[in-house]
Design a protein around this ligand. Structure first.
Ligand SMILES: Cc1cc2nc3c(=O)[nH]c(=O)nc-3n(C[C@H](O)[C@H](O)[C@H](O)COP(=O)(O)OP(=O)(O)OC[C@H]3O[C@@H](n4cnc5c(N)ncnc54)[C@H](O)[C@@H]3O)c2cc1C
Length: 543
């Protein structure tokens, strides 16, 4: 199918690029305020509600797709084609909903230090409490996704959480006690609702789409913003199958563009628009974009792509005779019929739970050698080298000090050129301490240690895993268009100001994972939705 030209007669108060955790909530809030909004998404529809079509045989004849069913969420790793972004060297969802369509749905209320540690006016935990409240009233999350109220395949959770509790760790309902993240353990919380994916696609996008002022274009790639100096007049599109092409404009004088294309997609758009470090803009100048790129006297030099952060992941593996494995990968083409029936008829059973049985989470804190408190989030799942294995991933979150960089290639792909993992001694030492702490807590649980195997010290083990995305990555990328008061125009580290406005521009904003200055404790999508809610109020208040 060929694309069709964007109508030149229609302009929008806001053009938002990217329909992920950042883009969807603000689209809803801006239309609610009476603004006309165009949401541009490069990928196709995902969940059934929005016309998605990708599904296994057993979902044929239903309105459900692979994106709707929690038990199929890990299909992205088995078959990413047509779903993952092809211009990013990391896993990312390029479909309607972005990461919120493909992720595991883990959904956490932030810990106070997650926000307070940024030390930004207007972004403290207290300042963000009203936005947090609004988000969790729309997407409360659940620890019992199966609609019959039961939990299935709990053996892994029982031995893991049971052992930690015996060692003195406290069981908590995580989102009722977000401040309890020290020696605590709990059931995983998911954004799922009604036994389906839920999240922004099932809430904010639904109310936005009921308003006449809202327009959604899927399969439409934004190439760059169109600008004259500091003024953005619209967005230039690239033809992508059935989507739109040409240029779409914002309302003259008052219109605004919001980039919400993710921690790699947003920097790429900025680079292609002549905004970023000179070395990156020169690469774009030498790419196929070169002849039509904005001239170098209009370039805006900002540290876009710097300050890249991800949770550094450290996987341990233990086994226990009680643990029961469930073949979630097999649920695609050789599912257990009674389980598909239970799911289809009641939205219940193992397929209403996230693959691959991501059942439990534990938290711990370690004071680093630099005096900074570091948060650990341990995520456990039933998967590994044996059928009785648990793989438990340690994420180093709040307090981590390592930073990396993403850059662009002449083929206009984005790459992690400096991985952000364990680049400071204090981070490394804390990760070792965190591992020792968990090992001690699990020592009387009757587990067999597979990784690290007996005789290998925690330090040897941590040092033995390469600090590269393939081995340590968590898909929780943030920070590449950092928010702050130290403008990058004058040698500082920030790309956007406290109103999310890109320094050196009059009407260009960023509202997605890119702005987050430092890692938070747990999986980040809820925090991104909170920041998007908060940004809507801030941007609307600007004259
Ligand atoms: C496999 C996986 C599992 C994860 N699991 C969890 C989890 O369980 N819990 C959790 O909290 N977080 C999880 N995450 C992370 C979370 O999903 C992301 O942090 C979050 O979605 C990022 O939000 P965002 O708005 O910044 O970007 P995204 O959600 O990535 O949205 C960006 C959107 O912009 C679109 N886009 C990009 N470029 C363009 C362009 N030029 N033109 C038009 N559209 C464009 C993309 O297609 C995409 O839809 C996971 C991520 C992955 C990849």
């Amino acid at each position: 199918q060929s694309c069709s030209a964007a109508p030149s007669s229609v302009t929008y108060d806001y053009i938002i690029v990217g329909s992920g955790a950042g883009g969807i909530p603000i689209a809803d809030r801006l239309t609610e305020a009476g603004k006309t909004v165009l949401l541009i998404e490069k990928g196709p529809p995902s969940t059934g509600r929005w016309g998605g079509t990708m599904k296994p045989q057993w979902l044929q004849g239903t309105n459900l797709t692979r994106f709707d069913v929690p038990g199929l969420c890990n299909q992205i790793w088995a078959d990413p084609s047509g779903v993952s972004c092809t211009d990013i060297d990391q896993m990312a969802g390029c479909v309607l909903g972005g990461g919120t369509a493909v992720n595991s749905g883990l959904w956490w209320k932030p810990h106070p230090e997650d926000f307070d540690s940024w030390k930004l006016e207007g972004f403290s935990f207290k300042d963000l409490a009203p936005a947090t409240e609004r988000v969790f009233s729309r997407i409360p999350g659940t620890i019992t996704p199966s609609q019959d109220g039961k939990r299935y395949l709990t053996q892994g959770f029982d031995v893991f959480a049971g052992t930690l509790q015996k060692a003195g760790w406290e069981y908590v309902i995580a989102n009722s006690n977000p401040e309890k993240k020290n020696r605590t353990v709990g059931h995983s919380t998911f954004m799922y609702s009604g036994g389906e994916r839920g999240g922004p696609l099932a809430t904010y996008l639904v109310t936005a789409s009921q308003r006449k002022t809202f327009t959604l274009w899927t399969n439409t790639i934004a190439k760059r913003v169109v600008r004259t100096g500091a003024d953005i007049t619209g967005v230039e599109l690239e033809c992508n199958g059935p989507g739109k092409s040409g240029v779409v404009s914002v309302t003259p004088k008052t219109g605004r563009v919001i980039l919400a294309a993710g921690a790699f997609g947003t920097p790429k758009l900025l680079f292609r628009s002549g905004i970023g470090p000179t070395d990156q803009l020169n690469i774009v100048k030498n790419s196929p974009d070169g002849p039509t790129m904005i001239s170098s006297d209009q370039w805006i030099n900002l540290p876009v792509g710097q300050n890249l952060v991800d949770h550094v992941g450290t996987d341990i593996e233990i086994s226990h005779p009680n643990v029961v494995f469930y073949d979630y990968y097999g649920a695609w083409n050789r599912p257990i019929t009674s389980d598909t029936q239970m799911y289809l008829n009641q939205r219940a059973g193992p397929l209403a739970q996230a693959a691959p049985n991501i059942f439990g989470i534990a938290w711990d804190m370690v004071k680093g050698s630099d005096g900074i408190n570091r948060h650990f989030h341990w995520q456990a799942r039933v998967e590994g080298s044996q059928r009785t294995s648990l793989t438990i991933t340690q994420y180093l979150g709040t307090g981590s000090t390592s930073r990396g960089r993403m850059t662009i290639t002449r083929q206009l792909n984005t790459v992690v050129s400096t991985p952000p993992y364990l680049r400071t001694d204090a981070d490394k030492q804390a990760v070792v301490q965190g591992l020792i702490s968990l090992q001690n807590a699990l020592k009387d649980g009757g587990f067999t240690w597979i990784n690290p195997r007996p005789g290998v010290s925690a330090e040897q083990f941590v040092n033995s895993i390469p600090a590269v995305p393939g081995r340590r990555g968590s898909n929780h990328w943030i920070g590449t268009a950092k928010i702050g008061t130290d403008s990058g125009l004058t040698g500082g580290t920030a790309v956007v100001d406290l109103n999310h406005k890109v320094y050196g521009t009059n009407n260009l904003f960023v509202v997605d994972a890119s702005i987050i200055p430092a890692m938070i404790t747990a999986n980040p999508s809820a925090a991104i939705v909170i920041l998007s809610e908060n940004a809507a109020a801030k941007i609307l208040a600007l004259q």
